[in-house]
Design a binder for this molecule. Structure first.
Ligand code: NDP
Length: 246
């Protein structure tokens, strides 16, 4: 029996990388997981794999740009498992490159997925958390927002917007209903670089991820640490990066 055992956790961006690793770890520790992303075949395979290992999991097609999809994700948790204890707002893209490239569509896409996507999750989950009298919002932000480096400005801005948003929510939630946790990973070996259009920047990030990136399971363990705390303990910020990352 762990403090995660029996919790109901919905995760966006669960089809790969950090989201998938988090789903696997929390399910292994007894949580029922509701998996959201657009690549439904991956979600179905992951849910089946978790179930075959004795866990509880369902997939739910979710595009975080669509508010109704987030409502469906949260609704699926309540319908299937009776409630929602934790929402992990993890879906994200990184269309990084120099600001001077004026990739305005890429900027919009990042703002939409990384910020508006989290807001859509909050809009869906908060009423349920309030009704239940408890809830936990975890988001994946980034060390890119803590140490700004060239090509990362807009991506970092979206992540810092979410960090600010969570702090504001925390300030408004002193009634004890809501816990918030912002997890800031450094380089992690995932598919994230696939969303970078600039070939030179993509190559550099892929190289960094390959050479120094940590495994997504390490971030999953950090998320599990926040989730397993008793409800009167809130882990606000976690920074987790490769030991050799500057
Ligand atoms: P992945 O590319 O492996 O995962 C990204 C996930 O986001 C996928 O599951 C993808 O699913 C999902 N996603 C993207 N767009 C949408 C959308 N519109 N609606 C729903 N889901 C969407 O990369 P990571 O695991 O690395 O990324 C997870 C989070 O971690 C992101 O927020 C990222 O910014 C953050 N992060 C990653 C770091 C790294 O070095 N890897 C460092 C710091 C933070 P699908 O395409 O199926 O919809």
């Amino acid at each position: 029996m762990t403090a995660i055992d029996g919790k109901v956790v919905a995760i966006t961006g669960a089809s790969s990388g950090i989201g998938e690793a988090t789903a696997r770890l929390l399910a292994e520790r007894g949580a029922a997981v509701v998996l959201g992303a657009r690549r439904t075949q991956r979600l179905d395979e992951l849910a089946q794999d978790i179930r075959e290992r004795g866990g509880r999991a369902i997939g739910c097609a979710t595009d975080v740009l669509r508010r109704q999809d987030l409502e469906r994700l949260v609704g699926a948790a309540v319908a299937e498992f009776g409630r929602l204890d934790v929402l992990v707002g993890n879906a994200g893209i990184a269309k990084i490159g120099p600001v001077a490239d004026l990739d305005v569509d890429g900027w919009s896409a990042m703002i939409d997925v990384n910020l508006r996507g989290v807001l859509n999750g909050i809009a869906a989950a908060l009423p349920v958390f309030r009704r239940q009298g408890h809830g936990h919002l975890v988001t994946t932000v980034s060390t890119a927002g803590l140490t700004i480096t060239p090509t990362m400005a807009i991506y970092a801005a979206t992540k810092n917007a979410v960090r600010t948003l969570l702090e504001g929510l925390r300030q408004e939630s002193t009634d004890g209903v809501l816990r918030t946790t912002a997890v800031s990973p450094g380089f992690v070996r995932t598919e994230l670089a696939g969303s970078i259009d600039d070939a030179q920047v993509r190559e550099q990030i892929v190289r960094n991820m390959g050479e120094i990136g940590i495994a997504p399971e390490a971030v999953a363990r950090a998320i599990a640490f926040a989730v397993e705390q008793p409800h009167d303990v809130e882990i606000g910020d976690i920074t987790i990066r490769p030991t050799i990352q500057s």
